[in-house]
Design a protein around this ligand. Structure first.
Ligand SMILES: Cc1cc2nc3c(=O)[nH]c(=O)nc-3n(C[C@H](O)[C@H](O)[C@H](O)COP(=O)(O)OP(=O)(O)OC[C@H]3O[C@@H](n4cnc5c(N)ncnc54)[C@H](O)[C@@H]3O)c2cc1C
Length: 311
């Protein structure tokens, strides 16, 4: 470790981290991004139709544009995994794979990963009918048969969106009790093209190049059968990537970092943005907006504290 102290270290290179880096550099803060990749969720998003200014292209193309922007602003990037952050006085020590770095403020943008079903066929058919984001992919279910897996608010919101496009939408849930709000359940029950399959789990997703059917097991009768579907929306929760920082900041019951409207966490000097936070709607544009706010708030924090070496 050299003794250099960055103004800001940003953890993560998805839309939140990239946006935070752009705003931080344009405030002339000494900025380091530590990330395992550039793009984050955009590396697996596929076709993007809802990012303003970017019309219906593959998300890789968006990542290329964002990479160019980081390069143009000469953002310093280290490709590494952050293992732990410690606060020592007003300074943060960031421990990555082999190295340690120091900073006056931290912006955590490490995202979250959707919980998978972990059944045969799932990985092979991601983006070919298997989706973890109904907000993103519901329009692709137009005139198709879709299955939504889950029993919480996300699953019911997904069901409502998908049922607008799909000719038939099944909600498949492992129990006959739901965690979703009663109002969402009532809406779902009123939809004519929706059918509930309860006390049931998915044991296999079938198809070569696209989803053709799913194998369902009733966990009470143990009966197994195949159901023809074209798309499957997995809405069983997300796992925020917080291991390196969870001892420093308040975390909610879903494992998300709690932030206020300035993206401040419960720990002074630590800000968080994007999917790792308790902000609703896990979307690239939301993450990018959060990242901008986090960088501007971190700038204000450094100025107020009088610990920024701004020339
Ligand atoms: C299949 C799929 C399709 C989607 N489609 C769309 C869509 O059409 N439109 C849309 O708006 N959104 C879509 N999304 C959601 C969107 O991708 C996310 O909301 C967005 O990427 C969140 O941005 P983020 O920067 O908060 O986190 P992420 O994009 O997840 O980025 C997290 C970053 O942190 C890094 N990281 C994590 N842990 C560490 C660590 N310990 N050390 C260093 N680096 C770390 C990762 O390498 C990554 O670079 C989709 C998501 C999925 C999964």
């Amino acid at each position: 470790m050299d003794n250099k102290i960055y103004d800001i270290i940003i953890i993560g290179g998805g839309p939140a981290g990239i946006s935070a880096a752009i705003y931080s550099k344009r405030k002339k803060l000494d900025t380091l991004v530590i990330t395992m990749d550039i793009g984050g969720g955009l590396l697996v998003s596929g076709h993007i139709e809802n990012y303003p200014g970017f019309i219906g292209k593959n998300s890789y193309e968006l990542v290329e544009i964002l990479e160019k922007q980081l390069k143009a602003l000469d953002v310093e990037i280290k490709y590494s995994e952050v293992k732990r952050i410690e606060k020592e006085g007003e300074i943060f020590k960031v421990m990555a794979n082999e190295e340690e770095y120091l900073a006056k403020a931290i912006i955590a943008c490490s995202g979250s990963i959707p919980r998978k079903l972990n059944v045969p066929g799932e990985d092979k058919l991601i983006g070919r009918g298997v989706s973890y984001c109904a907000i993103c992919d519901a329009p692709f279910s137009k005139n198709k048969i879709a299955a939504i897996i889950g029993g919480g608010n996300s699953a019911f919101q997904a069901l409502e969106s998908v049922s607008k496009y799909a000719k038939k939408a099944y909600l498949i849930h492992r129990s006959d009790k739901f965690r979703a709000d009663p109002v969402l359940i009532d809406i779902a029950k009123s939809l004519s093209n929706v059918e509930f399959i309860l006390n049931s789990i998915i044991t296999k997703i079938n198809g070569e190049n696209k989803v053709e059917s799913i194998t369902i097991k009733n966990i009470i009768t143990n009966e197994e059968y195949d159901l023809n579907v074209d798309m499957i929306f997995v809405e069983i929760g997300r796992e925020p990537k917080i291991d390196y920082i969870k001892h420093l900041v308040e975390i909610d019951e879903r494992g998300q970092i709690v932030v206020d409207k300035y993206q401040k966490t419960s720990c002074e000097g630590i800000f968080a943005a994007g999917d790792v936070t308790d902000r609703p709607y896990k979307q690239a544009i939301v993450a990018a907006g959060d990242g901008a706010i986090a960088a501007l708030s971190a700038y204000d924090y450094l100025i107020r504290k009088g610990i920024s070496p701004l020339k």
